[in-house]
Design a protein around this ligand. Structure first.
Ligand SMILES: Nc1nc2c(c(=O)[nH]1)N[C@H]1C(S)=C(S)[C@@H](COP(=O)(O)OP(=O)(O)OC[C@H]3O[C@@H](n4cnc5c(=O)[nH]c(N)nc54)[C@H](O)[C@@H]3O)O[C@H]1N2
Ligand SMILES: Nc1nc2c(c(=O)[nH]1)N[C@H]1C(S)=C(S)[C@@H](COP(=O)(O)OP(=O)(O)OC[C@H]3O[C@@H](n4cnc5c(=O)[nH]c(N)nc54)[C@H](O)[C@@H]3O)O[C@H]1N2
Ligand code: SF4
Ligand SMILES: [Mo]
Length: 692
């Protein structure tokens, strides 16, 4: 007899977490598809999501708890039982808490919809130091939104389906994938929406664009200032919206006076009349326009300002809150429902200040996840207090941040370093204890909630039983909590947690059976009443919180260019890999097994490099070798490589030694972070290239 099952779950191959449906036969995964009931997904999945099965089957992932037996990073391990591992971790944490206080424990994860349990646990430890990966992802964008609207980037959604013009600047939507966004944009394009792509190279998204603007790397802020200049100077903006909702328009108008399209042409390489034409096209399509504010915008010293200008352009076009524009994302309360009951509310908030200084030394930043790189500084300096334990939970900072050697140096002052991960990673390899998380297809998670035009709750069920001796998130956290006396999180089953979360929401677990999610509204809701969480209730061009700390809201543009003979190191994603952790996935490795160095044809031939040649790329005292891809389709000031390659862990036999790690060429990069937006400026590094 064959036993077939169909399980609603949530993809975990990347940070997006698309709803999925998994078909199994006799406990073996046969087929994974996007949740067919979810509008915008309708069965679709990206290549990485489809390769989840190879992750489950991978014998090169961490199979049981491992404790370090040699020096940190040497890679000598002993397998131990879960009881031994959790007892050991609890003992280490307990000793550190007793000696230095709970605040001396730092915890970071990937953020997202399942963070509630982690935040509760960190509170239970008595620490204010919960952090996530966002300093190297979207912090600049988030803070840009916060500085203008008083709320963060996720309070606005992108209504691509109904857009008439979408602008993607530093946003490669068809390769750096969010399945719903891709589908919605495709629907929009089929209905006649125009697409403008502004990028330093012609990526896959550019091939679908009506207009592609190749921009000089690092000059996006100049372009956007000229767009604002054109909108204001030619009175092309939405005056009714601006008069009602924007405070500080005069200051903005004065500020952008010198930034004409002709001036921007010399900075960006984009012709002045093309800039004016773009603005005219946008005004015709407004307010059904989305100029995407960017996602992975931890790139430049002025990326915060660049994102701010994008939000300002959207506001001047009246797209904020508009159908087809940057519609307001609804929370459960906006559609008359109650949100999930928070686990974090079961534990009192610790009093202390954050070790990273966010919220007090840097009062204008969002204290939520803080800034992980600054917490590492605190480990080294013990200012404001000693930080002695670090739990990297589904986070690989040695690959996600620049200059891994420098990070290891900072971490050398830690008494205890623990990783929780479903695959080996550079960080896990450097840890004292590694707890193996079951891959997402083998674990269930706490309930999660997604805001949007129609908000919903969703559930991750386990599709198959763990193949190795690995555990779910909640089993690990609750197991540690029991040992550490954090009674509020000492749950015995996931059902207990789900029941708690649903309490008072009017939703029961049975409601998830039909579709795997529970939609909270009756359909998409476009809220017309805008409200900004600023002192004036309007969009504030000048933010006093920032200005009072000496961080200008309106900062003049400063030109940067590569030194003679060097290129700016730029990076990005391809459609089939997630950061660095899928390179060793057998199916995805087959698709793209190493990275190449994109270099402009003319610049390459001047160096005597031909297409396909092996080249050495060097910067900041480090170098690596990979093949050159010569192309007209990249700006001559830049070279480009996919992030996440250059693995050196012997346990990852497929990925081992393939390609070059971009972040290793970024020595000194931890100190290059944006005081205004908090993001790390990963593209402020220059390299030289020579033929091998
Ligand atoms: N140089 C450079 N640096 C970058 C970037 C870049 O392009 N170039 N990108 C930046 C960006 S945008 C981000 S978001 C960060 C990402 O940085 P991270 O959040 O560290 O990246 P991930 O590789 O997604 O996940 C971290 C680790 O969690 C493990 N893991 C355990 N369980 C799970 C699970 O259920 N799901 C997933 N997906 N992983 C799990 C993975 O195996 C991996 O080792 O890196 C940033 N750093
Ligand atoms: N397949 C896949 N999809 C993913 C992920 C993944 O790892 N793999 N990760 C997810 C995550 S965590 C994130 S944050 C998002 C990231 O989503 P994106 O930010 O869209 O992704 P990237 O590929 O890093 O960068 C986008 C583009 O920026 C361009 N660029 C570089 N420098 C400049 C510049 O100076 N100016 C301009 N205008 N463009 C420039 C690059 O050439 C690239 O085409 O993707 C998400 N989706
Ligand atoms: S975008 Fe792809 S990898 Fe990411 S969650 Fe969705 S299906 Fe999975
Ligand atoms: Mo990201």
């Amino acid at each position: 007899m064959t036993a077939k099952t169909s399980t609603f779950s949530v993809c975990g191959m990347c940070t997006v977490r698309c709803p999925i449906q998994v078909e199994t036969e006799n406990g073996i995964i046969r087929f994974i598809q996007g949740n067919p009931h979810m509008g915008g997904i309708k069965g679709a999945l990206c290549a990485r999501g489809a390769a989840g099965k190879a992750l489950v089957n991978d014998s090169e992932r961490i199979q049981r708890p491992m404790i370090r037996v040699g020096e940190r990073g040497q890679g000598h391990w002993k397998a131990i039982s879960w009881d031994e591992a959790l007892d050991y971790a609890a003992r280490q944490l307990d000793t550190i808490i007793k000696t230095y206080g709970g605040q001396s424990i730092l915890f970071s994860d990937r953020g997202g919809p399942f963070r509630d349990l982690h935040q509760a646990f960190v509170r239970g430890l008595g620490s204010p130091n919960w952090s996530n990966h966002d300093a190297s992802c979207a912090r600049n964008v988030h803070h840009a939104a916060l500085s203008l609207f008083g709320f963060g980037r996720k309070e606005l959604s992108y209504d691509f389906k109904n857009s008439r013009h979408v602008v993607l600047q530093t946003r490669n939507i068809f390769e750096a994938i969010n399945v719903k966004e891709v589908n919605d944009l495709m629907t929009g394009l089929e209905k006649g929406c125009k697409l403008t792509v502004i990028d330093t190279r012609a990526n896959v998204t550019a091939t679908k664009a009506n207009r592609f603007m190749m921009i000089r790397p690092g000059s996006d802020y100049a372009l956007n200032l000229a767009v604002i200049h054109t909108l204001l100077n030619n009175k092309l903006y939405n005056e009714a919206f601006a008069n009602q909702w924007i405070k500080g328009l005069d200051a903005l108008e004065q500020f952008v006076k010198p930034y004409t399209p002709e001036w921007a042409e010399t900075e960006t390489g984009i012709k002045a009349d093309e800039i004016v034409n773009l603005v005219r096209d946008l005004t015709m399509a407004a307010p059904a326009v989305v100029w995407h504010p960017g996602w992975m915008n931890a790139r430049y010293n002025d990326s915060f300002y660049m994102s701010r200008t994008i939000y300002i352009i959207n506001a001047l076009l009246g797209t904020i809150g508009a159908k087809g524009g940057m519609a307001l994302a609804n929370k459960p309360g906006d559609v008359g429902r109650k949100g999930l009951k928070k686990l974090v509310d079961r534990v009192p908030k610790p009093e202390g200040k954050r070790a990273d200084g966010v919220g007090w030394r840097h009062p204008y930043f969002d204290a939520g996840p803080g800034l992980i790189n600054l917490a590492y500084d605190a480990i080294e300096t013990e200012d404001p207090y000693p930080v002695k334990a670090y739990i990297a939970y589904r986070h690989d900072p040695l690959m996600a941040l620049p200059d891994p050697e420098r990070i290891k140096q900072k971490w050398s002052k830690l008494d205890f370093l623990m990783s929780v991960s479903f695959s080996w990673s550079d960080t896990a390899w450097h840890s004292d204890l590694v707890l193996p998380l079951s891959p997402y297809l083998e674990r269930e998670s706490i309930l999660a909630s997604k805001n949007g035009l129609n908000p919903y709750f969703f559930v991750r069920h386990r599709a198959v039983e763990p193949r190795y001796d690995t555990r779910s998130d909640w089993e690990i956290i609750c197991g540690l909590s029991k040992r550490l006396g954090i009674d509020a999180l000492a749950f015995n089953s996931i059902e207990e947690i789900w029941d708690y979360q649903l309490n008072g929401t009017g939703v029961s677990m049975a409601d998830f059976d039909a579709k795997g999610f529970v939609q909270l509204g009756d359909g998409p809701l476009y809220r017309s009443e805008l409200s900004f969480k600023t002192p004036s209730g309007k969009i504030e061009i000048v933010n006093d919180k920032w200005d009072s700390q000496g961080v200008l809201s309106l900062k003049p543009y400063e030109r940067t260019s590569p030194p003679e003979g060097r290129f700016r190191l730029t990076f990005g994603r391809c459609g089939v890999h997630t950061q660095g952790h899928t390179v060793n996935n057998s199916l995805l490795f087959e698709q793209v097994s190493e990275n190449t160095l994109w270099i402009n044809s003319k610049a390459g031939s001047q160096l005597g490099v031909s297409d396909g040649d092996m080249v050495e790329v060097s910067g900041n005292g480090k170098s690596g070798r990979l093949r050159a891809k010569l192309t007209e389709l990249i700006h001559p000031e830049a070279v480009f490589m996919l992030h996440g390659f250059g693995h050196r862990l012997p346990v990852e036999t497929r990925a081992f030694g393939k390609g070059v790690a971009d972040h290793e060429l970024m020595c000194g990069g931890l100190d290059k972070w944006d005081r205004a937006g908090g993001g790390i400026a990963l593209q402020e590094h220059f390299v030289s290239v020579s033929r091998v």
